[in-house]
Every structure is written in structure tokens, then in C-alpha cells.
Design a protein around this ligand. Structure first.
Ligand code: 5AD
Ligand code: SF4
Length: 497
């Protein structure tokens, strides 16, 4: 799973991403404060010369203007890109501020209690807007989790729509326009995937592409199976068609998304395996990097490792959440593997033809987690030597089996365990990063710092690197960078030609 809470307001900002709030130890995903916002022209996204050619018969803004705010994981970011595309194609115009919009949409996350609290405090801020005649809508996981109760908790909201119902959004908006006070889209019993004619992309070089929606695993702490519904895979030919379009539009990196991306099961007669799909995407002319996240250990099979070993365009990075190093806790979490089985997967990845960076997610303080079991998680970090980690205090969530488990761990104790875990990971990362000094990496340049001659980008293994270059324009290009320094949280380097 892949949920890093980030908050995006309105149009995307630099890097196509808001700076991530991340666990202290995480190396990946942290961004420099960038200066220039990207506003990718619709013409560029559609390959058409003008709005009217992209959407014949539709007047831009005839239906009103929308402001879309996103909180949550990459899946949410990408859902918002698709929702924006859908609205643009139906005559809505995107606004940069809530003040300038007639419709305010808030795409939400409910993975942990803090994320859910954030949603309500933000909704509080939108309260006054409704009195200004604006329509307020809640999308995503909180919408699905709270359902119609959201209208009680925030009566100024008039639209509540979960991710499995996004394709119905235009109809729902039409109902509001025709006088309905409140509309909901809350079905999850669908076999549909959310596909759009146009996606309003937030990043000019890297494109997200959801290949599998929902989740059929039933981890006892997790709201996702409830909020996003059952697993639905997108047809392989439709995925490849979109990748070809993206390459034609100038995208060179695609990131395949899914809560359990490697559980992909092609619904067409082709029955393309996940590893075959990776290879086919890499084979599309113009594509230089293929990423995928998040992988589930139980479905991580040797053919995926073989594909990464064989095809250099498939990025040498696997995000493989372990959640705990204790088999007893993993069983209580219903994670479908033991510590030993997980370590076998790690050994398989380590035996690939080329080195592969491995990152993980860990939860501390699951109900009943004993001190000795937490220590097993610490020893797992020693054993695996992750390149980065996202770590969380267990947060009880509605509609999850672990909600009713007894033996809860105090917040204070969870905090103590989290700090110990993160200190250990910081040491591991400091040592691993220090070893990279002197190495050269290919970097896709994705940001320019406010500081002169300073740039930032990602290696194929998804290490962020800040580097110096005298060039005046590097954004979106691939350059060679030599690592000159390292901290636990990142690399610094210099552009080499
Ligand atoms: N409490 C704490 N962390 C959670 N995660 C998912 N559900 C919870 C929860 N209830 C974490 C898992 C997952 C990551 C994205 O969020 O580690 O992999
Ligand atoms: Fe990931 Fe498990 Fe949640 Fe599915 S149920 S999204 S596998 S943590």
C-alpha cells in the first residue's frame, strides 16, 4: 500500500507534488522547496491544438469552475487528476483558489485518525464558502467511510462520492444543478475501473497510471478494502494504449499504481501477468522509466525480479511493506506471510541480476504487540537493511477487525517505539548513503531550487538527490550526477557530463 499523506491545493505546484510530510527516517519522497509551479497546458495533455478541438462542442467554463484539493496517497493524487480531466471535458474550468470556484471538491484520506481529523478541520474552513453559494463536495476515502453521516457532521457539504463512483460524478453534479440538495455516490460493488478520456496531469514528465483499484487483502488494521472496495484490474490493452499516448505526449516515466499493484490480474483473454505488463510498458517507444507501487509481499513472484534484472527501464526499486517483524503480530494483522516468508522474498530480490533498492512501511504498537515482538521488528531492519522506511503508530480505524482487539498500547509507548525504530533506520540509511559517495547515477531532473544552480531529481532507485549544475535549463531531462555527499535523508552531488 502506498499512503503518504500529502496535501495538494488547487493546481499542482512545483514537482507536481506538494512537499510530502513523511516519517522522520524516510529518504524517499522528500522534496526541496521549489519555486516555479507547473501548469501543464491542456493542449499538451490532449495533443490537440486548442480546448475546442480537445472537447468539441463544449465551452470552457460553461458549467462553472472547480477547485480541487487532494489529501492522501499517490492513488488519491491520480484520482484527482482523472476527476479534473473528467470535469474539464464536461465544461468545467479549473480554478486556482477556492474563492474563484463555484464548486469546491476535497479528495480525502482516512488511513489514520490524524488524516481523518485533518479532513474535518479543513471542511470547517470551507463552511463559510457554502454561504457564498458554492457547492462543497467530499470525495475519496472519508466520503466512503462516513457516507451520509458526513451530511450530519458537515451539513454544508452537498456531495459525497467514494472512489468507486467517480465515473458518475457528472451525473451527480447535474442532479445538484437541477435542484437536489444532496447527492451521494457510495457503491463499491462495482467491477468498473475509473478511466477517463482526458487526465489533467500534475507533472510534466512522470505520469501515474492506476492498473488495479481496490484491495482484496484483508489486513486487520486497514480501511482500504472498505473505502476502495474489491480489487478490479484494468484491461492490459487499455493500459498499453494509455502508455503509448503518454509517450507521444512526451512523458518518459510512468508509475503504475495499485494498493497491491503486483496482484494485477488482466481481465482480458490475454491474461498478461504483472511482470509481462512491466516489460510491455518498458517496450513502448519513448518510455525510459517504469515504476510501480505498492507491492504486496505474498504476490511478489520470481518473474517480477527476473523482469527487473533483465530490463533496465524497469526501475530498480521495490516498495515492499512488511508492517511488523514478528510472525505472531503479522498473523494478528492478517498479513498472509510470516517473518521467514518475507525474508525469503527479500533474499529473492537481493539475488537479482542487479541491485534493487528496497523500502518498506512499518506499524508500531499494534494491539498486543509485546516488547519482544517490537524488538523483532528492530532486528528485521538490521537484517534487511532497507533503503528507506515509512513508519506509523497504529491507529484504530472504523470498520476494521482490529478495532475491537483488546490490549491496546498507550500512545506514549507507541511514540517511544516509533522513535527507537526511526533512530535505527536513520543509522542504517546514514551508513548506506555514505557508501554511495563517489558513485554516478542517472537522474531525472524534477525540480529547481530557489538557490542558484541547485537542482533536484530522482535516481532510478528513487533516491532523491540535490545537485549543482551550471546549466540554465535541466527540468525534465536526464543527466548524470556524481554523489559528493550523503546524509541519512538524502544525497548531494554534482552534474557530470
Ligand atoms: N494505523 C497505522 N498505520 C496504518 N497503515 C495502514 N493502516 C494503518 C493504521 N490503521 C499504514 C501501513 C500501510 C501504510 C500506507 O499505512 O503501514 O502500508
Ligand atoms: Fe494494503 Fe492490506 Fe490495506 Fe490492502 S488491506 S491496502 S494490502 S494494508
Amino acid at each position: 500500500m502506498l499512503l503518504r499523506p500529502t496535501l495538494h491545493r488547487g493546481l499542482p505546484n512545483a514537482n507536481g507534488n506538494a512537499p510530502s510530510q513523511q516519517s522522520r527516517a524516510g529518504v524517499l519522497n522528500c522534496e526541496l522547496g521549489m519555486s516555479k509551479p507547473f501548469d501543464i497546458e491542456l493542449e499538451r495533455l490532449t495533443g490537440q491544438a486548442s480546448y475546442s478541438e480537445a472537447f468539441p462542442g463544449v465551452d470552457a467554463g460553461q458549467r462553472g469552475t472547480f477547485f480541487l484539493e487532494t489529501f492522501g496517497c499517490q492513488m488519491n493524487d491520480h484520482d484527482s487528476e482523472k476527476v479534473a480531466g473528467l470535469l474539464l471535458s464536461r465544461g468545467y474550468k479549473q480554478a486556482e483558489t477556492p474563492e474563484a470556484a463555484s464548486l469546491i471538491l476535497y479528495n480525502t484520506c482516512s488511513i489514520r485518525e490524524k488524516a481523518a481529523q485533518k479532513v474535518f478541520s479543513q471542511l470547517g474552513e470551507y463552511r463559510e464558502r457554502q454561504t457564498e453559494g458554492k457547492v462543497i463536495g467530499v470525495l475519496g476515502c472519508m466520503a466512503q467511510q462516513e457516507g451520509e453521516d458526513l451530511f450530519k457532521r458537515a451539513p454544508w457539504v452537498s456531495l459525497v462520492c467514494g472512489s468507486a463512483s467517480y465515473s458518475k460524478l457528472p451525473e451527480m453534479l447535474a442532479q445538484l444543478e437541477s435542484g437536489n440538495q444532496r447527492v451521494t455516490g457510495l457503491d463499491t460493488d462495482t467491477d468498473e475501473t475509473f478511466e477517463t478520456e482526458v487526465t489533467r496531469r500534475d507533472n510534466p514528465w512522470r505520469a501515474y497510471l492506476t492498473i488495479i483499484e481496490g484491495c482484496d487483502k484483508a489486513c486487520s488494521y486497514c480501511v482500504v478494502p472498505f473505502t476502495r472496495g474489491p480489487e478490479r484490474s484494468r484491461a492490459s490493452d487499455s493500459i498499453l494504449r494509455e502508455v503509448r499516448q503518454l509517450a507521444e505526449l512526451g512523458y518518459s516515466e510512468v508509475q503504475l499504481l495499485g494498493q497491491t499493484v503486483n496482484s494485477y490480474a488482466d481481465p482480458t483473454a490475454r491474461k498478461t501477468r504483472f511482470s509481462e505488463l512491466l516489460l510491455a510498458v518498458a517496450d513502448v517507444e519513448g518510455i525510459r522509466r517504469v515504476r510501480f507501487t505498492t507491492s504486496h509481499p505474498s504476490d511478489f513472484t520470481p518473474d517480477i525480479v527476473e523482469a527487473i534484472g533483465r530490463e533496465l527501464k524497469i526501475c530498480d526499486h521495490v516498495h515492499l511493506p512488511v508492517q511488523s517483524g514478528s510472525t505472531r503480530v503479522l498473523r494478528a494483522m492478517q498479513r498472509t506471510y510470516s517473518r521467514e516468508e518475507y525474508l525469503e522474498k527479500i533474499a529473492m530480490i537481493r539475488s537479482a541480476k542487479r541491485p534493487i533498492a528496497i523500502t518498506t512501511d512499518i506499524i508500531v504498537g499494534f494491539p498486543g504487540e509485546r516488547e519482544s515482538e517490537f524488538e523483532e521488528t528492530l532486528s528485521l531492519l538490521d537484517e534487511v537493511q532497507y533503503d528507506s522506511m515509512f513508519s506509523f503508530k497504529y491507529s484504530p480505524r472504523p470498520n476494521t477487525p482490529s478495532l475491537s482487539m483488546s490490549d491496546s498500547i498507550s500512545e506514549e509507548e507507541k511514540g517511544r517505539r516509533l522513535a527507537i525504530l526511526q533512530d535505527k533506520q536513520r543509522e542504517i540509511q546514514a551508513a548506506k548513503n555514505a557508501k554511495l559517495v563517489g558513485e554516478r547515477f542517472e537522474v531525472l531532473v524534477s525540480g529547481k531550487s530557489r538557490r542558484e544552480n541547485q537542482w533536484t531529481g530522482y535516481t532510478t532507485s528513487h533516491r532523491m538527490i540535490n545537485f549543482a549544475s551550471q546549466e540554465s535549463e535541466l527540468l525534465g531531462t536526464y543527466v548524470q550526477v556524481r554523489v559528493t555527499g550523503a546524509t541519512p535523508n538524502g544525497l548531494v552531488g554534482e552534474h557530470v557530463t
